[in-house]
Design a protein around this ligand. Structure first.
Ligand code: BTN
Length: 249
Protein backbone atom coordinates (compact mmCIF):
# COMPACT_ATOMS: atom_id res chain seq x y z
CA UNK A 1 0.00 0.00 0.00
CA UNK A 2 1.22 3.51 -0.79
CA UNK A 3 1.95 5.86 2.12
CA UNK A 4 -0.70 8.41 2.77
CA UNK A 5 -0.85 12.16 3.22
CA UNK A 6 -2.96 13.37 6.10
CA UNK A 7 -4.62 16.76 6.27
CA UNK A 8 -7.78 18.44 7.49
CA UNK A 9 -10.63 19.96 5.53
CA UNK A 10 -12.91 21.65 8.03
CA UNK A 11 -13.94 18.99 10.54
CA UNK A 12 -12.83 16.15 8.28
CA UNK A 13 -9.54 14.32 8.61
CA UNK A 14 -8.47 13.21 5.15
CA UNK A 15 -6.12 10.27 4.59
CA UNK A 16 -5.06 10.40 0.97
CA UNK A 17 -3.45 7.43 -0.78
CA UNK A 18 -2.03 7.29 -4.29
CA UNK A 19 -3.52 3.85 -4.76
CA UNK A 20 -5.78 1.48 -2.83
CA UNK A 21 -7.74 -1.62 -3.73
CA UNK A 22 -10.94 -0.03 -2.46
CA UNK A 23 -11.38 2.87 -0.07
CA UNK A 24 -14.37 1.07 1.49
CA UNK A 25 -12.35 -2.07 2.10
CA UNK A 26 -9.50 -0.05 3.60
CA UNK A 27 -11.84 1.98 5.86
CA UNK A 28 -13.71 -1.11 7.01
CA UNK A 29 -10.49 -2.87 8.01
CA UNK A 30 -9.21 -0.02 10.19
CA UNK A 31 -9.53 -0.62 13.91
CA UNK A 32 -12.56 1.24 15.35
CA UNK A 33 -10.30 3.34 17.60
CA UNK A 34 -8.20 4.45 14.60
CA UNK A 35 -11.08 6.05 12.75
CA UNK A 36 -13.01 8.97 14.10
CA UNK A 37 -16.32 10.36 12.94
CA UNK A 38 -15.62 12.26 9.68
CA UNK A 39 -12.45 10.41 8.69
CA UNK A 40 -12.11 10.41 4.90
CA UNK A 41 -10.17 7.74 3.02
CA UNK A 42 -9.36 9.15 -0.41
CA UNK A 43 -7.49 7.80 -3.38
CA UNK A 44 -6.84 8.74 -6.98
CA UNK A 45 -6.71 5.11 -8.08
CA UNK A 46 -8.64 2.08 -6.89
CA UNK A 47 -7.45 -1.24 -8.24
CA UNK A 48 -10.60 -3.00 -7.04
CA UNK A 49 -13.26 -0.33 -6.66
CA UNK A 50 -16.47 -1.93 -5.45
CA UNK A 51 -19.99 -1.09 -6.57
CA UNK A 52 -23.44 -2.21 -5.53
CA UNK A 53 -24.38 -5.86 -5.83
CA UNK A 54 -20.79 -7.07 -6.18
CA UNK A 55 -20.20 -5.01 -9.33
CA UNK A 56 -16.90 -3.27 -9.97
CA UNK A 57 -16.75 0.50 -9.94
CA UNK A 58 -14.93 2.01 -12.92
CA UNK A 59 -12.90 5.15 -12.30
CA UNK A 60 -9.95 6.28 -14.41
CA UNK A 61 -6.81 7.05 -12.37
CA UNK A 62 -6.62 10.64 -11.16
CA UNK A 63 -9.80 11.78 -12.88
CA UNK A 64 -12.58 11.40 -10.34
CA UNK A 65 -13.48 11.53 -6.67
CA UNK A 66 -13.24 8.12 -5.00
CA UNK A 67 -13.54 8.20 -1.24
CA UNK A 68 -15.01 6.60 1.83
CA UNK A 69 -16.32 8.77 4.58
CA UNK A 70 -16.50 7.16 8.01
CA UNK A 71 -19.46 8.41 10.01
CA UNK A 72 -20.28 7.54 13.59
CA UNK A 73 -23.70 9.10 13.94
CA UNK A 74 -24.78 9.51 17.53
CA UNK A 75 -27.93 7.70 18.54
CA UNK A 76 -29.15 6.67 15.09
CA UNK A 77 -31.11 3.44 15.41
CA UNK A 78 -30.32 0.53 13.13
CA UNK A 79 -33.91 0.65 11.90
CA UNK A 80 -33.33 4.22 10.72
CA UNK A 81 -30.11 3.50 8.84
CA UNK A 82 -31.62 4.87 5.65
CA UNK A 83 -31.05 8.29 7.27
CA UNK A 84 -27.31 7.86 6.53
CA UNK A 85 -28.09 7.01 2.92
CA UNK A 86 -30.24 10.10 2.60
CA UNK A 87 -27.57 12.35 4.14
CA UNK A 88 -24.91 11.12 1.72
CA UNK A 89 -27.13 11.04 -1.36
CA UNK A 90 -28.52 14.51 -0.66
CA UNK A 91 -25.01 15.88 0.01
CA UNK A 92 -23.71 14.44 -3.28
CA UNK A 93 -26.77 15.65 -5.14
CA UNK A 94 -26.38 19.17 -3.69
CA UNK A 95 -22.75 19.22 -4.86
CA UNK A 96 -23.63 18.15 -8.41
CA UNK A 97 -26.74 20.34 -8.63
CA UNK A 98 -24.51 23.39 -8.08
CA UNK A 99 -22.89 22.58 -11.41
CA UNK A 100 -25.56 21.13 -13.64
CA UNK A 101 -29.35 20.99 -13.97
CA UNK A 102 -31.46 17.86 -13.86
CA UNK A 103 -29.72 16.07 -11.00
CA UNK A 104 -31.82 13.56 -9.09
CA UNK A 105 -31.44 10.65 -6.68
CA UNK A 106 -32.39 7.33 -8.15
CA UNK A 107 -33.66 5.36 -5.17
CA UNK A 108 -32.03 4.08 -3.10
CA UNK A 109 -28.87 6.13 -3.67
CA UNK A 110 -27.62 6.51 -7.23
CA UNK A 111 -27.07 10.03 -8.42
CA UNK A 112 -28.37 10.76 -11.89
CA UNK A 113 -28.33 13.67 -14.28
CA UNK A 114 -31.23 13.15 -16.63
CA UNK A 115 -31.05 9.47 -17.59
CA UNK A 116 -27.34 9.06 -16.84
CA UNK A 117 -25.50 8.00 -13.69
CA UNK A 118 -22.91 10.47 -12.47
CA UNK A 119 -22.22 9.06 -9.00
CA UNK A 120 -22.57 5.87 -7.01
CA UNK A 121 -22.75 5.29 -3.29
CA UNK A 122 -21.92 2.15 -1.35
CA UNK A 123 -22.68 2.30 2.37
CA UNK A 124 -21.61 -0.42 4.79
CA UNK A 125 -22.90 -0.20 8.34
CA UNK A 126 -21.57 -1.76 11.51
CA UNK A 127 -24.23 -2.10 14.18
CA UNK A 128 -23.91 -2.19 17.93
CA UNK A 129 -27.09 -3.55 19.45
CA UNK A 130 -29.93 -1.60 17.89
CA UNK A 131 -27.75 1.41 17.00
CA UNK A 132 -25.35 2.27 14.20
CA UNK A 133 -21.76 2.12 15.46
CA UNK A 134 -20.21 3.19 12.19
CA UNK A 135 -21.11 3.74 8.57
CA UNK A 136 -18.46 3.52 5.85
CA UNK A 137 -19.93 5.68 3.11
CA UNK A 138 -18.22 4.98 -0.20
CA UNK A 139 -18.70 7.70 -2.78
CA UNK A 140 -17.60 7.66 -6.39
CA UNK A 141 -18.33 10.80 -8.43
CA UNK A 142 -17.40 10.98 -12.10
CA UNK A 143 -15.69 14.32 -12.49
CA UNK A 144 -13.10 14.60 -15.29
CA UNK A 145 -13.30 11.16 -16.95
CA UNK A 146 -14.39 11.45 -20.58
CA UNK A 147 -14.49 7.82 -21.69
CA UNK A 148 -16.04 4.88 -19.86
CA UNK A 149 -14.98 1.37 -20.77
CA UNK A 150 -17.03 -0.90 -18.52
CA UNK A 151 -20.50 -2.13 -19.41
CA UNK A 152 -22.08 -0.07 -16.62
CA UNK A 153 -25.30 1.43 -17.96
CA UNK A 154 -25.29 5.16 -18.85
CA UNK A 155 -22.25 6.55 -17.01
CA UNK A 156 -21.57 10.25 -17.37
CA UNK A 157 -19.15 12.74 -15.84
CA UNK A 158 -19.25 16.39 -14.96
CA UNK A 159 -16.69 17.07 -17.72
CA UNK A 160 -18.93 15.43 -20.31
CA UNK A 161 -21.90 17.46 -19.12
CA UNK A 162 -20.24 20.84 -18.74
CA UNK A 163 -17.30 20.60 -21.13
CA UNK A 164 -14.92 21.87 -18.43
CA UNK A 165 -12.33 20.38 -16.08
CA UNK A 166 -12.88 20.52 -12.32
CA UNK A 167 -10.10 20.81 -9.73
CA UNK A 168 -10.42 17.67 -7.60
CA UNK A 169 -9.15 19.20 -4.34
CA UNK A 170 -11.61 22.07 -4.58
CA UNK A 171 -14.35 19.62 -5.50
CA UNK A 172 -13.57 17.46 -2.47
CA UNK A 173 -13.76 20.45 -0.12
CA UNK A 174 -17.09 21.49 -1.61
CA UNK A 175 -18.51 17.98 -1.48
CA UNK A 176 -17.57 17.69 2.20
CA UNK A 177 -19.19 21.05 2.86
CA UNK A 178 -22.42 19.84 1.22
CA UNK A 179 -22.36 16.63 3.25
CA UNK A 180 -21.68 18.57 6.48
CA UNK A 181 -24.89 20.53 6.00
CA UNK A 182 -26.93 17.36 5.48
CA UNK A 183 -25.19 15.45 8.28
CA UNK A 184 -26.20 18.19 10.74
CA UNK A 185 -29.80 17.17 10.05
CA UNK A 186 -29.38 13.43 10.57
CA UNK A 187 -31.56 13.48 13.69
CA UNK A 188 -34.60 14.67 11.76
CA UNK A 189 -35.57 11.64 9.68
CA UNK A 190 -38.88 13.12 8.50
CA UNK A 191 -37.25 16.29 7.19
CA UNK A 192 -34.54 14.31 5.39
CA UNK A 193 -37.22 12.13 3.85
CA UNK A 194 -39.15 15.16 2.57
CA UNK A 195 -35.99 16.61 1.02
CA UNK A 196 -35.10 13.24 -0.46
CA UNK A 197 -38.54 12.69 -2.00
CA UNK A 198 -38.44 16.16 -3.55
CA UNK A 199 -35.41 15.26 -5.69
CA UNK A 200 -36.11 11.60 -6.46
CA UNK A 201 -35.63 10.31 -10.00
CA UNK A 202 -39.04 9.54 -11.59
CA UNK A 203 -40.81 11.01 -8.57
CA UNK A 204 -43.81 11.92 -10.75
CA UNK A 205 -45.58 9.87 -13.38
CA UNK A 206 -46.13 6.28 -14.39
CA UNK A 207 -43.17 4.04 -15.14
CA UNK A 208 -42.51 0.38 -15.74
CA UNK A 209 -41.03 -1.72 -12.92
CA UNK A 210 -39.95 -5.33 -12.50
CA UNK A 211 -40.16 -7.43 -9.32
CA UNK A 212 -39.42 -11.13 -8.88
CA UNK A 213 -42.78 -12.12 -10.38
CA UNK A 214 -43.72 -9.63 -13.09
CA UNK A 215 -43.37 -6.36 -14.94
CA UNK A 216 -45.91 -3.71 -14.09
CA UNK A 217 -46.68 0.02 -14.32
CA UNK A 218 -46.71 2.10 -11.16
CA UNK A 219 -46.00 5.54 -9.78
CA UNK A 220 -43.79 6.33 -6.80
CA UNK A 221 -46.03 6.81 -3.77
CA UNK A 222 -43.22 7.55 -1.31
CA UNK A 223 -41.01 5.66 1.12
CA UNK A 224 -41.86 3.72 4.25
CA UNK A 225 -40.17 4.30 7.63
CA UNK A 226 -37.27 2.00 6.66
CA UNK A 227 -36.59 3.76 3.36
CA UNK A 228 -38.27 1.08 1.27
CA UNK A 229 -39.94 2.21 -1.93
CA UNK A 230 -43.73 2.46 -2.05
CA UNK A 231 -45.23 2.00 -5.51
CA UNK A 232 -48.87 2.56 -6.45
CA UNK A 233 -50.41 0.74 -9.40
CA UNK A 234 -53.16 2.20 -11.61
CA UNK A 235 -55.93 0.36 -9.70
CA UNK A 236 -54.70 1.88 -6.41
CA UNK A 237 -52.89 -1.22 -5.11
CA UNK A 238 -49.73 -0.21 -3.21
CA UNK A 239 -46.64 -2.37 -2.72
CA UNK A 240 -43.51 -1.84 -0.61
CA UNK A 241 -40.12 -2.92 -1.96
CA UNK A 242 -36.68 -3.21 -0.43
CA UNK A 243 -33.50 -2.71 -2.41
CA UNK A 244 -32.96 -5.75 -4.69
CA UNK A 245 -36.70 -6.53 -4.68
CA UNK A 246 -37.53 -4.11 -7.45
CA UNK A 247 -35.86 -2.87 -10.62
CA UNK A 248 -36.51 0.10 -12.87
CA UNK A 249 -37.32 -1.08 -16.42
C1 BTN B 1 -22.53 1.81 -7.13
O1 BTN B 1 -22.46 0.68 -7.61
O2 BTN B 1 -23.28 2.66 -7.62
C2 BTN B 1 -21.70 2.17 -5.94
C3 BTN B 1 -20.36 2.68 -6.34
C4 BTN B 1 -19.52 3.12 -5.17
C5 BTN B 1 -18.11 3.47 -5.61
C6 BTN B 1 -17.30 4.06 -4.51
S1 BTN B 1 -15.75 4.67 -5.07
C7 BTN B 1 -15.19 4.85 -3.44
C8 BTN B 1 -15.74 3.70 -2.63
N1 BTN B 1 -14.83 2.58 -2.64
C9 BTN B 1 -15.32 1.55 -3.31
O3 BTN B 1 -14.73 0.47 -3.50
N2 BTN B 1 -16.54 1.83 -3.76
C10 BTN B 1 -16.97 3.14 -3.35
Amino acid sequence: MTPCKRYRIGEFEVWEFEELDSTNTYASRLRPEDKKDKTVILTGWQTGGRGQQHNRWESEAGKNLSLSLVLKPQGVEAASQFAVSMVIALGCRDFIARRTDGCSIKWPNDIYVGEQKIAGILIEHTLSGNRIAESVCGIGININQRRFLSDAPNPVSLAQLTGGETDLQAALAELLECITVRYAGIGDYRELEQEFKAVMYRRMGWYRWRDAARIFDAEIAGLDEFGRLRLREPGGKTGVYGFKEIAYC
